[in-house]
Design a protein around this ligand. Structure first.
Ligand code: PMP
Length: 426
């Protein structure tokens, strides 16, 4: 049996940093990343045979748990008919119909193969539709690694301390205006100066790439109002929140309707899928209907559609989201209690099946600066103490945690018991 350390050494021979996506390298917490060989329900098994309760869920997609029998069945059945055609298949229409049914703001939807592709395409569409170049995003929000969006970004970029990437031309980056999440005043001021040049606002309605920061009351509503006033396209990046914080996403949860929405993660059930869509009058600018070009060899791949549809089908079970929210709440309250009992200053945030932990004296965390100022050293210690005890948290203080429907009382109690011990070691 190979151990994680040797596997990581081998991986570094021919893979940059030994990983195919930076945050996996454990740079934010130190030590060797864990190599997994199996996932089932809420549990993962690593290359050494050790088991972990998983709170990453492949960074969000595994909302029904790993290797759900219905999802595996759908995929196994689909592969019997071939792996892809690069031509229309009926299952793409089924998927589009379902997405538009579950998320009423979606009138037309285009499937792509990742969240990055979805946001990149939505931005191009907003620019093409408005004839404007500038875009507004928020510090600490991550929308994938397209050039325009790697300015003051969150997630792995923030973990590695390079939120603005090398290789992004200044001539492009200058069109990205970065404002403060949950600070409507900064948005109003910006629009007074440049509103008529701004194609879109792109926002994570719950920021999940700088830990987990819910929108303050009125923030999303305020963005909607400003966009209406200036003819700017409002894009909700629901790659993380979509189908997770509610069946209809954050837009259903908060009752604010964007013009365009991007999806990823859950919509593919673990296979590479993303989507963008929204108002018909905007989406009709996409090729072949309109002049904004966007395409993909693997877009709408039937195996990926099968995994996504099987997952979305599970989510329509009555009470799916209320149970997921309840389980997440039990977990988060238990963690808070354990930290309080151990005299560790910690604050939590939660929206539906998403949560965040902050080692800080602040009683409420709503802003990027608070996240960055929280105690990273303590997070690292806690992360490793939990990992040792068989709990797999995101290896970065800047990522949200995810709970799945497979996290039952036993898994949550296992986690809380590990946390009670872990807090004693800090
Ligand atoms: N938007 C958000 C909100 C995300 O969380 C992510 C990925 N974590 C992306 C876009 C990019 O998605 P992908 O990694 O599938 O390209």
């Amino acid at each position: 049996m190979q151990n994680n350390h040797d596997l990581f050494q081998q991986a570094q021979q021919h893979i940059p940093g030994g990983v195919n996506s930076p945050v996996r390298a454990f740079k934010g917490v130190g030590g060797d990343p864990v190599f997994f060989r199996e996932g089932k329900g809420a549990w993962l098994t690593d290359a050494e045979g050790k088991q972990y309760v998983d709170y990453i869920g492949s960074w969000g997609p595994m909302i029904v748990g790993h290797a759900h029998p219905e999802v595996l069945r759908a995929v196994t059945q689909a592969v019997q008919h071939g792996l892809g055609f690069g031509a229309p298949t009926e299952i793409e229409t089924t998927m589009a119909d379902l997405v538009c049914d579950l998320v009423p703001s979606m009138e037309l939807v285009r499937m792509v193969s990742s969240g990055t592709e979805a946001t990149m395409s939505a931005i191009r569409l907003a620019r093409g539709y408005t004839g404007r170049d500038k875009i507004v995003k928020f510090e600490g929000c991550y929308h994938g690694h397209a050039d325009s969006l790697l300015v003051k970004a969150g997630s792995g970029a923030l973990t590695l301390g390079v939120p603005s990437s090398a290789g992004v031309p200044e001539s492009l980056a200058k069109h990205t205006l970065t404002l403060r999440f949950n600070d409507l005043e900064s948005v109003e001021t910006c629009f007074k100066e440049a509103g008529d040049d701004i194609a879109c606002i792109i926002v994570e309605p719950v920021a999940g790439n700088m830990n987990c920061i819910p929108p303050e009351p009125g923030f999303l509503e305020g963005l909607r109002k400003i966009c209406d006033q200036y003819g700017t396209v409002l894009i909700f990046d629901e790659v993380m929140t979509g189908f997770r914080v509610a069946l209809g996403g954050a837009q259903a949860h908060y009752g604010v309707t964007p013009d365009l929405t991007t999806f990823g993660k859950v919509i593919g059930g673990g296979l590479p899928v993303g989507a963008f869509g929204g108002k018909r009058k905007v989406m009709e600018h996409i090729a072949p209907l309109g002049p904004v070009y966007q395409a993909g060899t693997l877009s709408g791949n039937p195996i990926a559609m099968a995994a996504g549809l099987a997952t979305l089908t599970q989510l329509q079970e009555p009470d799916f989201h209320s149970k997921l929210t309840q389980a997440t709440e039990t977990l988060v309250k238990g963690l808070q209690q354990a930290a309080d009992d151990a005299g560790i200053a910690m604050t939590t945030n939660q929206v539906g099946g998403m949560f965040g932990l902050f080692f800080t004296e602040d009683k409420k965390v709503s802003f990027y600066e608070q996240v960055v100022a929280s105690n990273q050293e303590r997070f690292k210690q806690f992360f490793h103490a939990m990992l040792d005890r068989g709990v797999y948290l995101a290896p970065s203080a800047f990522e949200a945690g995810f709970v799945s429907a497979a996290h039952g009382d036993a898994e949550i109690e296992f986690t809380l018991s590990a946390a009670r011990e872990a807090f004693q070691t800090l």
